[in-house]
Design a protein around this ligand. Structure first.
Ligand SMILES: [Zn+2]
Length: 195
């Protein structure tokens, strides 16, 4: 994705944020990741910094992988957190679109899995799922995880195209395509599906 596309994306999104911030749902209060002024949040492809500004409206600046989000001084913290959360969610979504489809395709080709559509979701119930007709859905918060754990999640869902439940046969198949899965699965548990 070119810088121009990212800027366009964020610009469109900024308008949306400004319009919708009153209705934004706070679904996460115990992230452990500070989203306040001074926070620096690393995602797969960007580093987001939150900075205070005297300006009356939120704005952002993009310099390669660095995104600075400027939050007006007069905005109270509860509102500010929502702006940052929504901004971060949009960054995750954009990164998923750029990062995941090729990765899924490569693993499917390598191991001979067939799958339908791939969608990205912002949910807290799981990291991924595979529907009965083999459409794969992945959590956009995967973008805060290391590559090898993301790959485990991808392979886990691809294995569900063959084995629909978590039977012994399923785990045997996971072990075949991802021998390190017990360790990766344990590491995944240390992350939450929240922001
Ligand atoms: Zn599963």
């Amino acid at each position: 994705m070119s810088r121009k596309q990212v800027e366009k994306f964020l610009e469109e999104n900024r308008e949306w944020i400004l319009k919708n911030r009153k209705d934004m749902k706070v679904y996460e209060e115990d992230t452990g990741v500070g989203l306040g002024i001074g926070a620096e949040i690393k995602t797969k492809l960007h580093v987001l910094r939150i900075v205070e500004t005297e300006e009356p409206k939120p704005s952002y600046r993009l310099e390669q992988e660095k995104i600075t989000l400027f939050i007006p001084k007069k905005v109270d913290f509860s509102k500010e957190e929502k702006i940052v959360q929504q901004f971060l969610l949009e960054i995750y979504t954009m990164e998923c679109r750029r990062y995941l489809p090729q990765r899924i395709r490569n693993y499917a080709e390598k191991f001979g899995f067939r799958y339908g559509r791939v969608t990205f979701r912002n949910n807290i119930s799981n990291w991924g799922s595979c529907s009965f007709d083999n459409n794969i859905s992945l959590n956009i918060k995967l973008m805060k995880l290391p590559d090898e754990i993301i790959d485990y999640v991808i392979l886990h869902e691809l294995c569900h195209t063959v084995e629909k439940n978590h039977s012994a046969a399923f785990w045997k198949l996971v072990g075949k395509v991802c021998p390190a899965y017990p360790t990766l699965r344990a590491r995944l548990r240390k992350y939450n599906t929240r922001i």
